[in-house]
Structures are given as structure tokens and as C-alpha cells.
Write a protein that binds this ligand. Structure first.
Ligand SMILES: Nc1ncnc2c1ncn2[C@@H]1O[C@H](COP(=O)(O)OP(=O)(O)O)[C@@H](O)[C@H]1O
Ligand SMILES: Cc1ncc(COP(=O)(O)O)c(C=O)c1O
Length: 309
């Protein structure tokens, strides 16, 4: 049976963030994806200019409740939520999805609590309590905060491996109904400047936290977080329920993302830079997902050695 996911994220007409970063990889790997768009922008804001609009909370709610659930009687194996900039929409959608998960415990909700990055919020501060309430309700299966989001949700400033470990302990204490967490792209002046740390932990297995040191590519990519959560959904939920291993899934995802980022950089250098004689880029606006499709076949490669602290 083809598995079905409802993915609620941003849509960009041009480029690959949000649902545009998640849908193709999930479809390519065999998922039937229903994509609901929280915004529709020409491109992501990292370009410096964009046009478009946010979806209204009421419309999003009606599409899910009346259209998909009541009207079409859709059944989902998984839910994936990302950028939801309107706190009212976040609360409304949070409530609808939590109620859905409460009515069917088989549904796995993967939540990326998109709040900000690099020490600053890029959504309304009201989104913070809204995410905390969602995490407390007990319907999220896996959360994928980045460093700033983990700090915001736990109140622990992450400056080194010890405080990263503390933030994971605090996360499990504060949100004891969230079984799994993956923290992405931790960086600090006290850590090795050439790597990003990612960490994962399963609540039910004390001491299951594993830390991965991912070599940093000296370029900023947009959409890598969205790609990461989509691939984790596929790879983690594919594991047999009696042998779940989040660390293995995280390792496979980070390895695959690394391959795609490297392909993206290479293609960028081959085309833009050589043709235009530009310097090495500081940022690459769009992942080359289509040109990376062969990588998405997925060999189960595990590049990183998990660390235990
Ligand atoms: N410049 C980079 N170099 C190497 N890996 C990267 C880079 N940017 C992102 N990644 C990989 O993608 C993952 C998700 O990235 P990130 O964009 O930081 O997440 P988020 O969007 O949630 O902030 C990181 O944990 C890392 O594995
Ligand atoms: C509207 C929107 N959605 C999603 C993303 C992707 O975020 P990330 O690069 O953290 O994966 C961005 C990033 O620019 C964005 O502007």
C-alpha cells in the first residue's frame, strides 16, 4: 500500500523550500503527498525580494476539516508540518491535526517547529507558546528543531556539547509526550568551526542520544532543513516498528542531505560561476533537487560515526 502524507508548509513558485523541498523527494521515494500551502510566494525571502500572500487560518482549517477529512475521508499515515507564520493559523491547524492524531494513534506527526535561525525569530513571538502547547498535547511523534528553535523551546542556551546534551534532557522533561527529537545544525564559537553538530534522542530509550559531527560546507543553503525533515519522515517511518533506530535514520538522512548539498554546490560552480566568472558563493538560493534525483534512490549510506556523550 502506498503511504500517504499530508504536508503543510510554504509554497514557492520558483525554487525549493517548504513543500517544494519536501514533495518531490517524498514522491520520488514512494509517498503519496497531499501538499497544503501555508503561504504562496514567488520565491523565498532569502532572495531579498518576493511577492505573494499567506493562506488564511480559516481557509486552511476548512481545507483540512471539510475538504480532506469530511469530504474526501482521507486517511493519512503521516503529517508533516513546517513554516506556518501566522500564529492564529498555527493554533487552528495544531488543533485540527492534534484531534486527528487523537482519533487515530497510527498517524505519525513530524513537526518542524519553524521559529527562526541564527539567534533570531522570523515568525511572530506568539508562535512560541503555540508550538509549546502543540508539543505538550502528546500528538507529535518527532520534532526537528534547529539550534535556535531548541534553545527557544527549552530555555537552554546551547554553547557546547554539554549544553546541547542538557537541552535534550530538558526537552524530554518539558515535553514528555514527544517520543523523538532531532536537533539540526548546532554551531558555536566553542565548537569545531568546520563542523555542524546534529543530535537525536528517543524518549523511551534513556542514553539513546547520539551526536553527529557533519562537515560544514562554507555556503548557506535554503531549504536544507525542509529537505531534512521530509527525508527523516520517509527513512524513520520506513523502519520496522519493533526495531526503531532514530540514530540510524538520522545518520542516513544527514548523509543523503550532504550528498545533495554537495551536488547543488558543484552544479552551481559548474554553471553560474564558470559562466559568469563569479567568486565562490556565500549563499545558494535553491537546492538542485531535480538534478539530485539519482541520489534520492538512497543507498542507505551512513557517513557519520555517532558519538555518545
Ligand atoms: N552549509 C552546510 N554545510 C553542511 N551541511 C549543511 C549545511 N547547511 C545545512 N546542512 C545540513 O542540513 C541540515 C539541516 O539544516 P538547516 O538548514 O540548518 O536546518 P533548519 O532549516 O532547520 O535550520 C543540517 O543539520 C546539516 O546536516
Ligand atoms: C517561506 C520559507 N519557507 C521555508 C524556508 C526554508 O527554510 P530552511 O532554509 O531553514 O530550510 C524558507 C527559507 O528561506 C522560507 O523563506
Amino acid at each position: 500500500m502506498t503511504k500517504k502524507v499530508l504536508s503543510i508548509q510554504s509554497h514557492v513558485v520558483h525554487g525549493y523550500v517548504g513543500n517544494k523541498a519536501a514533495t518531490f523527494p517524498l514522491q520520488y521515494r514512494g509517498w503519496d503527498v497531499d501538499a497544503l500551502n501555508t503561504v504562496q510566494y514567488s520565491n523565498h525571502p532569502g532572495y531579498g525580494h518576493f511577492d505573494g500572500f499567506r493562506s488564511r487560518a480559516q481557509d486552511l482549517r476548512e481545507i483540512i476539516e471539510k475538504g480532506l477529512l469530511e469530504g474526501l475521508q482521507q486517511k493519512y499515515d503521516a503529517l508533516l508540518t513546517g513554516y506556518l507564520p501566522d500564529p492564529e493559523a498555527l493554533r487552528e491547524i495544531g488543533d485540527v491535526l492534534a484531534t486527528l492524531c487523537e482519533s487515530d494513534s497510527e498517524i505519525k506527526w513530524i513537526l518542524d517547529p519553524v521559529l527562526g535561525d541564527n539567534g533570531r525569530l522570523y515568525v511572530s513571538p506568539d508562535a512560541v507558546p503555540a508550538y509549546k502547547e502543540i508539543l505538550l498535547r502528546g500528538t507529535v511523534y518527532l520534532a526537528t528543531p534547529n539550534q535556535f528553535e531548541m534553545e527557544t523551546l527549552t530555555g537552554v542556551q546551547i554553547t557546547d556539547l554539554a549544553t546541547l546534551k542538557l537541552s535534550i534532557t530538558r526537552f524530554h522533561e518539558l515535553y514528555p509526550k514527544v517520543p523523538n527529537v532531532l536537533v539540526t545544525s548546532v554551531m558555536s564559537s566553542t565548537l569545531d568551526q568546520d563542523t555542524m553538530i546534529c543530535a537525536c534522542s528517543e524518549l523511551s530509550k534513556p542514553d539513546s542520544a547520539r551526536y553527529f559531527s557533519v562537515p560544514k560546507i562554507d555556503v548557506h543553503f535554503s531549504g536544507s532543513g525542509d529537505l531534512c525533515s521530509a527525508l527523516l519522515l520517509d527513512i524513520f517511518l520506513r523502519q520496522p516498528s519493533e526495531a526503531l533506530d532514530l540514530a540510524r535514520a538520522a545518520n542516513e538522512v544527514l548523509s543523503l542531505v550532504d550528498n545533495i548539498l554537495k551536488r547543488t554546490l558543484q552544479l552551481h560552480l559548474d554553471t553560474q560561476q564558470k559562466a559568469l566568472g563569479q567568486d565562490r558563493p556565500r549563499k545558494i538560493n535553491d537546492l538542485r533537487l531535480i538534478e539530485s534525483r539519482d541520489l534520492l534512490d538512497g543507498s542507505g549510506e551512513l557517513k557519520y560515526t555517532p558519538m555518545v556523550l
